[in-house]
Design a protein around this ligand. Sequence first.
Ligand SMILES: Cc1cc2nc3c(=O)[nH]c(=O)nc-3n(C[C@H](O)[C@H](O)[C@H](O)COP(=O)(O)OP(=O)(O)OC[C@H]3O[C@@H](n4cnc5c(N)ncnc54)[C@H](O)[C@@H]3O)c2cc1C
Length: 493
Amino acid sequence: MIVKSNPDEIQNFLVDASNFKGACDSVFFPENKKDIISVLKSANNTRTQVTVSGNGTGLTGARVPQNGIVIATDKLNKILEINANEFYAWIEPAVLLSDFQKELKQKNLFYPPDPTETNCFIGGTVATNASGAKTFKYGSTRDYVIGLQVILPDGEVIDLERGKQKAKGYDLVLITQTGKNISLQIPDYSIPDVKNASGYFVKKDMDAVDLFIGSEGTLGIITKIKLKLLPQPEDTISCVLFFDDETTALNFLEEARDTSYQNKKDNVNDNINALALEFFDERALKFLAKDFSAIPENAQAAIWFEQESTADTFDAILEAWNKLMQKHSVNEDIAWFAFSDADKEKMKDFRHAISWKVNEYVARNNFRKLGTDVAVPDKSFREFYFTLQNWAKQSNIDFVSYGHFGNSHIHLNFLPKNDEEFNEGKKLYKQICEEAVRQGGTISAEHGIGKAKRDYLLMMYGEVNIRKMAALKKSLDPNLILGIGNIFSKEYL
Ligand SMILES: Cc1cc2nc3c(=O)[nH]c(=O)nc-3n(C[C@H](O)[C@H](O)[C@H](O)COP(=O)(O)OP(=O)(O)OC[C@H]3O[C@@H](n4cnc5c(N)ncnc54)[C@H](O)[C@@H]3O)c2cc1C
């Protein structure tokens, strides 16, 4: 097993895409399960802190170590099995999402979770319960994980299959490969009924698989993943619409969202039934204008939608969207329609560019990312959006807003130019999180908590529940070595 300690060689592991920075003694690159067990056992004996690393595209500092060692999963990167008849795959955690998607496409299969950044490891997406544009129709990573192999901090291995190991009420017993029984008390806090990736997933009678999804490298190291697959859709329609005012854009989006929900429920596939419904505000469009010269100069908002289609349904679907566009006076002459694969990729580049450019701006100016990841119930979203816009505009700090508005989920990113603006942005960020919680929403819908958002999680669930999460973690990691500092700070352990 390769172990690197040279500062130049390990530098890359001391940061993630949020520009959160850390330190460690060395980075281990295990090649198999046995290597991981041996590193963990030794760390457990010496009480050395271990941080698990995926591909570092996370946005909360979760894979960034504060000290101790890093276990980099990079070499566990094999697709073990793709079963096209039974629609599942077994993979190792460091399979790149983009590689997996390519492989599946060739086999006419489809894996819906699509965090905008496809340069992530699937292990990382499971550990953060990542979502993406397609979550609007298909849900988050959690909905596609049907089995996991996890190595616990003491080197014990558990194999989990969805439906097979369930809690009785809030009591869960895990049995390891060596036959050791571990009794866990599942916390009883309730999770908001919105898209959510904040803290441990808990539920009465919950499935053990769900405990590890979204646990951000704090409960064990995921070494094998079984994923549910779907048939590849025959085709997709992809379109970006530009609006003269935000209110019209939101009216359009809400009608498209509600119609899609209804048609999904009724299984109607020849009418509006969107895969993705994404939004960009005026500032986000201006931020992108240099790279995408076709963005109309005066556009105040844009919506990107995608929908699956077949040769039979294509015309009817297009007609339904056209009708909706006419109803909301959308100027079709300036809309972007993508029918070829190449054009669809350009649309994806457009969506990816806004997230990527914001991260790049933040890193260039040497600040930590100050981007909200809040979601609220659909009924509160419009007012919530305008409240956030007003607060941000009053602050005089540059910002851009965009996100998965179909899921009532917004990324409002502050772009501070100096420390003073950064500190003011932090106060506003807290205020936005408080408002999201007040509305019955979440402070993180998809990126997770990591080290950057612990204070807001505390605000969301309160100290008593954070202590319950910490107690759960302690039952699996009594020597407190794994992913310390993620989700809650050490003082709770
Ligand atoms: C431009 C851009 C756009 C993005 N857009 C989205 C988006 O739309 N939706 C979204 O959800 N996310 C988005 N992200 C965030 C990011 O892509 C996800 O958080 C991703 O899921 C992390 O994967 P990773 O391999 O990079 O993990 P890392 O960042 O390396 O690690 C993330 C966490 O997973 C843990 N971990 C990694 N591997 C394992 C393992 N094998 N076992 C246990 N724990 C493990 C780490 O300890 C850490 O806690 C975006 C990021 C960027 C840069």
